[in-house]
Write a protein that binds this ligand. Structure first.
Ligand code: HPA
Ligand code: ZN
Length: 333
């Protein structure tokens, strides 16, 4: 089987995708129009032309502006449903979706509106597309600890729909330690824990995510390679890194895909996974990410299968379900 056919044939779990980052320009226009919200672009082409980023912040400014169109339960449903259809095309059979409530509650949208729209799409995806999902609520790290505590409080009535909490937005200057007390409370309440660390930030932020937030996974983490002791720790604990190749390229974490370290990390024994992060902004969904690294880094069948296996190993699925998918992948020839 060719690499491209194998990529398509592999069942995959996506563990790092921001639902607001799946907002395609066409849907953005449609929803902005029906909600009578002004967005600073005249056409879909103009939106796409604005997607030329030089670092994380230059992307985030545009990403938060786009999210302004989302107001009603149906908007969150439409956004999430559109993403599930992409999952189906790419044979993503399970996804753990980030959402950023603070991006919306700051504009007067109720927490309940956001979660109900997303959850209804998740239920429909299970019933109609046979795609399972979980939700992970992220705190915006450029906001205060107090704001994060308030958001955690708002989430408690909906805890049955939210498997974990995470940390995203502007990394530099906002280390994980800023939120140690919020994450302690979230853990106490029974949430699993993830955090973006080591994307633009240093290896030190990955140490903080491990030792102060007690994460179950690291999101990105590609800068961990700069610290051999950290690498040894990640390997020893088989701590997953949810890597996002096209994101790293678009946000200039790397200069060219050929210099991405995902293959090296895989060879060193880290549990790395492939993910799309903000696919509407970064030029592709799950299989596009697999294709890009396969071509640039010359991945073989064993590498591709291991990456798909890792995605289930690192997921928050029940053990028996993980084993089912892993055995399924091992049988593909
Ligand atoms: N990093 C941090 N925050 C984010 C990202 C990211 O890649 N995508 C959406 N929010
Ligand atoms: Zn991310």
């Amino acid at each position: 089987m060719s690499q491209s056919n194998l990529i398509r044939a592999l069942p995959k779990a996506e563990l790092h995708v921001h639902i607001e980052g799946t907002f395609e320009p066409e849907l953005m226009f449609e929803i902005a129009q029906r909600n009578k919200v002004n967005i600073p672009y005249k056409s879909v082409e103009e939106v796409k032309a604005a997607y030329d980023f030089y670092n994380l912040q230059s992307f985030l400014d545009i990403y938060y502006a786009g999210a302004n169109a989302l107001l009603f339960e149906q908007d969150f449903y439409d956004l999430t449903w559109a993403y599930f259809k992409k999952c189906k095309e790419d044979h993503v059979v399970h996804t753990e979706i980030f959402f950023d409530p603070q991006t919306h509650t700051a504009r007067g949208v109720h927490f309940e509106t956001i979660i109900q729209g997303i959850v209804r799409a998740c239920d429909d995806a299970q019933a109609q597309l046979e795609i399972s999902s979980e939700l992970i609520m992220c705190f915006l790290r450029h906001l205060s600890e107090e704001e994060a505590f308030k958001t955690l409080e708002q989430a408690l009535p909906f805890q049955s729909h939210i498997i974990g909490v995470g940390l995203d937005s502007s990394e530099l200057g906002h280390p994980p330690s800023k939120f140690a007390r919020v994450f302690a409370q979230a853990r106490e309440a029974g949430f699993l824990i993830v955090a973006h660390a080591g994307e633009e930030g240093p290896a030190e932020y990955v140490w903080e995510a491990l030792d102060q937030l007690h994460v179950n996974r690291i999101d990105h983490g590609v800068r961990s390679e700069e610290d051999p002791e950290l690498m040894a720790r990640l390997i020893r604990d088989r701590m997953p890194l949810t890597v996002c190749p096209l994101s790293n390229l678009k946000l200039r974490v790397i200069d060219e895909m050929e210099s991405h370290n995902i293959k090296r990390l895989l060879e060193k024994g880290l549990c790395v996974t492939v993910n799309s992060d903000d696919p509407a902004y970064f030029g592709g969904y799950m299989n596009d990410n697999f294709e890009a690294i396969t071509q640039a880094l010359d991945l073989n069948e064993t590498d591709l299968k291991q990456l798909a296996i890792n995605s289930f190993e690192a997921s928050f699925l029940p053990l028996a379900t993980k084993q089912h998918w892993i055995e399924h992948i091992q049988r593909i020839s």
